[in-house]
Design a protein around this ligand. Structure first.
Ligand code: HEM
Length: 401
């Protein structure tokens, strides 16, 4: 009897060790050898919990900003930028100390100056590179350089910190918890790719690609919410139906919230945040209609014609979320929206920003009513050219629901 009892305790102990041990061989998939899928599932649950917590930090920052200005006119320009960067920072660095917050603030300010330095100067400098040394400030080069320098310095510090941490722990037990650690862990395997300089570039690219686009998209969403108050009320009604007791809306709820999803798709279609995809180099001569496109030409996709095509959308000039709602109230035509491109080089941040947009918009609308300031004309609905397309500056008033 005692032997059987001892054996059972031993087995439970071994299983617990398998599931909860953090000692993992870096060359194997996570989890104990016999149960990698189970352990992967546990990892996934933990990761999704981390995302929710991380987003909580972002929302706290955003709500604090809004609560300070309740009932007054708030300039929407760059309102979401720093909170969005904070999320990216946590994904890359895995923590948010007071010092980290200061770094995020610095990057956000420099990014804002860089983005606002304008695309015209940047384009002229791309066409005639020597001019950037003649008129650096006028062409926006100074602002660009300050931003890149800030990212490079901070990126280098993060890289070396992680390298120290890796050196201090035995290689077989080091488990990366964030991007910088995962990157540094690979350095020994392929130094040509995984080196400090490439981390600095990855770091700055990720921050630029994620923050300006997501911020511009959310600004556009707010613009449409105040321009079409009935749309805002419909979304609010959907929130009330799902969270009767005012509980936090989670990503799983989206399946029962087709209207806000349709609103997000229609915002992508109208705002076209990344209207031009990244440039491609042609690999061989080819014909497009009557045009011969020569090898090595640079080509770019422009989605405007697609998103304004009457044969696809019927009434593309209208903001109409209902175009994504089927006969029985279900979401439809979602795959027609190509805001994140498609194919091998499509946007790697699509899932991230889809979750972010849904969770941020529902959390904000559950808490606040957003309106155009009384007596002021509705702001213009066309978008301003820049790194990403974004609304022209406008003000809104937030009131507590
Ligand atoms: C509303 C938000 C966003 C939109 C509309 C958007 C859209 C796009 C588009 C159209 C591309 C070009 C793809 C191509 O040329 O085929 C792209 C590239 C990229 N995006 Fe996004 N994006 C958004 C948010 C994000 C976020 C949040 C991240 C990071 C978490 C991100 C990271 C990237 C990166 C790294 C690339 C370059 C990929 C490559 O060159 O291979 N984006 N994005």
């Amino acid at each position: 009897m005692f032997v059987v009892f001892g054996f059972i305790v031993f087995c439970i102990g071994m299983l617990a060790r398998y599931f909860f041990s953090t000692d993992r061989d870096v060359n194997n998939p996570p989890g104990p050898k016999g149960f990698p899928i189970l352990r992967n599932l546990i990892d996934l649950v933990m990761a999704s919990d981390n995302i929710t917590k991380t987003l909580g930090v972002m929302l706290d920052l955003l709500f604090a900003k809004i609560d300070d200005n309740l009932g007054t006119e708030v300039n929407i320009d760059y309102l979401f930028h720093q909170p969005i960067l904070t999320i990216m920072w946590q994904m890359v660095v895995g923590r948010l100390t007071e010092d980290d917050k200061a770094q995020v603030k610095l990057i956000s300010e420099k990014a804002e100056r860089f983005v606002k330095s304008g695309v015209v100067g940047m384009s002229i400098a791309n066409a005639f590179p020597f001019l950037r040394y003649v008129f650096p400030t006028w062409l926006g080069r100074t602002a660009q350089v300050y931003f890149f320098q800030a990212c490079k310095t901070i990126g280098k510090k993060l890289y070396h910190e992680s390298q120290e941490k890796l050196r201090a722990s035995p290689p077989t037990t080091f488990q990366p918890n964030n991007l910088v650690e995962a990157f540094v862990q690979n350095c020994g395997n392929d130094e040509e790719i995984f080196n400090c300089e490439n981390f600095q570039v990855t770091f700055q690219d990720l921050l630029v690609a994620s923050s300006d686009t997501s911020n511009s998209f959310l600004e556009a969403a707010v613009l449409y919410l105040i321009a079409f108050p009935t749309v805002q009320e419909k979304i609010y009604q959907e929130i009330l139906d799902i969270a009767v007791d005012g509980r936090v809306i989670n990503f799983e709820d989206r399946k029962r919230m087709p209207y806000i999803q349709a609103f997000i798709l229609e915002t992508h279609r109208n705002a076209r945040t990344a209207q031009n995809f990244v440039p491609r180099r042609v690999l061989w001569d080819f014909w497009y209609k009557t045009y011969k496109i020569k090898k090595d030409s640079i080509i770019m996709v422009d989605t405007r014609l697609y998103f304004e095509d009457k044969t696809i959308w019927g009434d593309p000039e209208m903001f109409r979320a209902e175009r994504f709602i089927g006969e029985h109230g279900e979401l439809e035509n979602a795959s027609k929206v190509i805001a994140f491109s498609f194919g091998k080089r499509n946007c790697p941040g699509e899932l991230h920003v889809t979750m972010l947009a849904f969770l941020v918009l529902t959390a904000v609308l559950q808490r606040y009513k957003i309106s155009n300031p009384v007596g002021q004309p509705t702001p213009r609905l066309d978008m301003k050219p820049g790194l990403a397309l974004k609304p022209y500056p406008f003000h809104v008033v937030f009131e507590k629901r």
